[in-house]
Design a protein around this ligand. Structure first.
Ligand code: Z5A
Length: 219
């Protein structure tokens, strides 16, 4: 008798500017999925593999990366993602495991393509090469006033700023606009969530959007 085909897992990414509450909401979202009987793994970017974590350290805190060019920065984020997709995300999805990602290719489109002002067509091509055909089924964009996000991030940090957190607020304003523009271009995939409400209220908004976008039956 033929074995039934394994149902591919779902891939859900969380995006947003600093301090928007991704980590907080991902924890709750993963618990909700697990309570419904799903196998779930969580990833973060940059990072999530041995190579990716080295790239993360280089990108964020290595003093020798001080004069990293914007182009090199873009390629390092893409390299971390290419490794994560092939070594972690694709094998998990193929085995029926759900993947919840703290950032994916939209971060590069917005931080490097809009924030750093790199050629959007080049960023798109590099993003495409890095991920192949692996795209999120749903992206939850936590949208928040950048001043509030920054204040939250500062309040919860240990005082050590990474290279990107060190950018002026204007950079994050542009990033926020970039995210909203991306959501307007891909409304079927990207759901914009108002992240200014309380933690509990944002969870309710996320779960409602998830049910609406992926269907009650999906969960
Ligand atoms: N980056 C890039 O440039 N290109 C790329 O391709 C990729 C990334 C993949 C990664 O930073 C940096 O790399 C990031 C983009 C860039 N730089 N920036 N900005 P990271 O991984 O170290 O950090 P992050 O992704 O920016 O996340 P974060 O700043 O740590 O924040 P968060 O995960 O979104 O938020 P949180 O930790 O859940 O919440 C922050 C605090 O707010 C915490 O104390 C919470 O308790 C509190 N919080 C959360 N929700 C609420 C609500 N609703 N009300 C009140 N307080 C709240």
């Amino acid at each position: 008798m033929k074995k039934p085909l394994m149902q591919r897992g779902k891939f859900i990414s969380f995006e947003g500017s600093e301090g928007c509450g991704k980590s907080t909401q991902i924890k709750r979202f993963v618990s909700m999925l697990e309570s419904r009987g799903h196998e779930v793994i969580q990833t973060r970017e940059p990072g999530g593999t041995a190579v990716g974590e080295k790239i993360r350290h280089l990108l964020q805190f290595d003093s020798e990366a001080g004069d990293l060019t914007d182009e090199s920065e873009l390629l390092l984020f893409a390299a971390s993602r290419a490794q994560l997709v092939r070594r972690v995300i694709e094998p998990a999805l193929a085995a029926g495991t759900w993947v919840v990602a703290d950032r994916f290719l939209d971060s590069t489109a917005v931080y490097q393509g809009v924030g750093r002002g790199l050629d959007p067509a080049a960023v798109k091509a590099i993003n495409g090469f890095a991920v192949g055909s692996t795209m999120p089924d749903l992206t939850l964009l936590l949208d928040l006033d950048v001043k509030i996000g920054h204040a939250r991030a500062v309040a919860s940090s240990d005082g050590q700023k990474d290279r990107i957190e060190d950018q002026p607020l204007d950079f994050f304003e542009v990033v926020r606009d970039g995210y909203l523009a991306l959501a307007a271009e891909a409304p079927d995939r990207i759901a914009v969530i108002d992240a200014s409400a309380s933690i509990e209220e944002v969870t309710v908004l996320i779960e409602a959007s998830f049910a609406e976008r992926l269907g009650e039956g999906a969960a």
